[in-house]
Design a protein around this ligand. Structure first.
Ligand code: PXP
Length: 261
């Protein structure tokens, strides 16, 4: 805990509602409705909603995006692959932000960050067209300085740091790896923030792993989904989001407003 009197900046929570749609799609029909979950998430303390429209539409559908944009006043962060189809959808719907993610058909979830360095030539026109459409662009990257440099150089506004490796280390109770990964994320957050990028983080975060990430005041937003929807089975969506919100706020308040070194 720091002795600084400076109030730490608010840490935004984006709730990812993809897996509400996964459960709905298991039976077809409309229940449970991702829009209803989104409204509940905002009422429980989320600052925005995140949804990943995948090429195979395995969870969120085009109709979900229509409904979220037309019926939810809160910011929508649309996660998408850099494809012509997704670019057209994004430009048509103009979400608050688009987060470019790597996408492989066979993966269970977004397994690693986007390789912005290798994909520079492919990604640059997508970033430009999204920015020109007035959409904030975020790149979902591993904690690697060269990926932040490449994101910055192509005009992205935001980088979202992939926290998956850190979260797996927390679940495994692997202390050396937890500390290595936290150090990588801490340095990356400071580095990207120093470049003038807004810094987000997410993937795999739980009640047990969120605290040390929420303490890093270079990070302004966390995007969390699977764990919250899973916890909702036991205690309800409202209660899972309120508890996550409280853990984030406590960790952020105890950081004392200090920027990560
Ligand atoms: N951020 C991004 C860019 C993601 O792709 C995902 C998963 O869709 C998340 C955050 C949320 O991850 P989780 O569902 O594991 O909380």
């Amino acid at each position: 805990m720091s002795l600084s009197n400076e109030k730490p900046p608010h840490l935004r929570l984006g709730v990812n509602i993809d897996h509400v749609a996964t459960i709905r799609n298991a039976r077809g029909g409309g229940h449970p409705d991702p829009l209803k979950a989104a409204i509940m998430a905002i009422e429980a303390g989320a600052d925005g909603i995140t949804a990943h429209l995948r090429e195979d539409r395995r969870h969120i559908s085009d109709e979900d995006i229509d409904k979220l944009r037309s019926q939810l006043p809160s910011p929508l962060n649309l996660e998408m692959a850099a494809t012509v189809e997704m670019l057209d959808i994004a430009v048509r719907h103009k979400p608050h932000a688009c987060c470019l993610v790597p996408e492989k058909r066979q993966e269970l979830t977004t397994e690693g960050g986007l390789d912005v360095v290798a994909g520079h030539n492919h990604l640059t026109p997508y970033v430009k067209q999204l920015v020109d459409a007035g959409i904030r662009v975020s790149m979902f990257i591993d904690p690697d300085f060269s990926q932040a440099d490449a994101s910055h150089s192509m005009g992205a506004d935001v980088v979202e740091i992939h926290t998956g490796t850190y979260c797996e280390a927390v679940i495994a109770g692997d202390r050396p790896k937890i500390s290595t990964e936290l150090e990588r994320i801490t340095k990356m957050a400071a580095y990207a923030s120093g470049l003038g990028l807004e810094v987000h983080a997410g993937h795999g975060l739980t009640y047990g792993s969120v605290g040390p990430i929420a303490e890093l005041t270079d990070i302004v937003e966390l995007n969390i989904g699977h764990f919250l929807v899973g916890e909702a089975i036991f205690g309800g969506l409202d209660s899972s989001i309120r508890r996550m919100r409280a853990l984030m706020d406590k960790a952020r308040a105890e950081s004392g407003g200090q920027k990560s070194a």
